[in-house]
Design a binder for this molecule. Structure first.
Ligand code: PLP
Length: 221
């Protein structure tokens, strides 16, 4: 039996109060989500649109849903009415689509820019040069229904703590640079989403404000 309550208590003991926990509930049941909610967790993350929509419809206790996985442009419309933060914005095209859907729903959708910080080829995300290019061509200018609230990234899948630490430090440096050079007037640009079950302590050491924890709360998948 997996003790969700104890897992959450153990997790809370290790992290500073200012760091937000995104409880990653992918593949887990509404019953398990409810148990984590009863321990005070309010933010839940999913990585697939269909599962996210279905769980949003079957829970009615006011969850803050975060989209943490790769998002296809043609699926934005299914989550745009309720999503509270999209962590995985990895193209201008996607950002423009989110803006359009947010406008239809008469709301502003907070978004994080996902950066490619890992050694692996397959992980999605921007490089910082792309952000400078978009900014210089005025690409962020007309998006009044999205708010870019920070950055997100995933470290390499490795046991080498030095590599993970270096990649997270790199993401924090990207965050600081963008805050200074691209989004200086954007007061909501303040989140650094990094750290999962295996590396959240390293991430917090490097300035994470938001950790995304699945297995350490709900058990393995
Ligand atoms: C699954 C997932 C997590 C959580 O992973 P755990 O190792 O179970 O904590 C975090 N972020 C993203 C983007 C994920 O897909």
């Amino acid at each position: 039996m997996n003790n969700i309550r104890k897992n959450i208590e153990d997790l809370r003991k290790q992290i500073p109060a200012g760091v937000k926990i995104v409880a990653v509930s992918k593949t887990k049941t509404v019953e398990e989500i409810r148990r984590a909610w009863d321990c005070g967790l309010r933010i839940f993350g999913e990585n697939r649109v269909q599962e996210l929509v279905s769980k949003n419809e079957t829970t009615c206790f006011g969850i803050d849903w975060h989209m943490i996985g790769h998002l296809q442009t043609n699926k934005v419309k299914y989550i745009s009415s309720f999503i509270s933060l999209i962590h995985s914005v990895d193209s201008l095209k996607l950002l423009i689509e989110i803006n359009k859907e947010a406008e239809k729903n008469n709301r502003i959708i907070p978004c994080l820019l996902q950066f490619h910080i890992a050694a692996e080829e397959t992980k999605f995300g921007f490089g910082i040069d792309e952000i400078y290019k978009i900014s210089e061509s005025g690409g962020f200018g007309n998006l009044s229904n999205v708010c870019i609230t920070g950055v997100m990234g995933m470290a390499s899948f490795t046991d080498d703590k030095k590599i993970i630490e270096r990649e997270f430090r790199g993401l924090f440096n990207i965050f600081s640079e963008l805050k200074k050079n691209i989004f200086p007037r954007n007061t909501c640009f303040r989140e650094v989403s990094m750290g999962m079950s295996n590396d959240y302590l390293i991430a917090i050491g490097q300035g994470s404000t938001m950790i995304r924890i699945g297995s350490n709360i709900f058990g393995g998948r």
